[in-house]
Design a protein around this ligand. Structure first.
Ligand code: ZN
Length: 137
């Protein structure tokens, strides 16, 4: 079961964008950590089970193959202040999201539905169906 936080587990293009994103945040005085990168099918299903057939809160609507994390083209980030992640500081997440967009990432904090302030991806216009069919950026 793989549930990685390692930037090296991202597709090389996405890794490069993530590095640029982290550097740009640092330039603006915001330390950012990567909290999730690649998840394999087993790990995605375990996450989906959380809050449904397993204990915990529901954290995803995606089963195996339904998350861009499963294709190494998405990552989650969090800003860090004084060693803590300010989960409720929407303004700071928004600032990071805008920086992510400025380097060419798609920031899901922008979406109206399934809005996720911590999630970035780079799909090159490909859909989940494309990735499922074996296409890659
Ligand atoms: Zn995510």
């Amino acid at each position: 079961m793989i549930n990685s936080k390692d930037i090296n587990d991202l597709h090389p293009k996405v890794k490069a964008l993530a590095e640029l994103f982290i550097a740009k945040c640092a330039e603006q005085g915001v330390k950012v950590i990567i909290t999730s990168t690649y998840r394999d099918a087993e790990s995605q299903n375990a996450l989906y089970a959380q809050g449904r057939t397993a204990t915990g809160k529901i954290v995803t609507n995606a089963k195996a193959g339904q998350s861009f994390h499963n294709y190494k083209v998405a990552f989650d980030f969090a800003p860090v202040i004084g060693g803590q992640i300010p989960w409720n500081d929407t303004k700071l997440f928004n600032k990071c999201g805008e920086i992510a967009e400025s380097v060419g990432l798609e920031w899901v904090g922008r979406w109206q539905s399934f809005k996720e302030l911590a999630h970035c991806q780079f799909t090159s216009g490909l859909t989940l169906a494309d990735f499922k069919a074996g296409k890659m950026i």
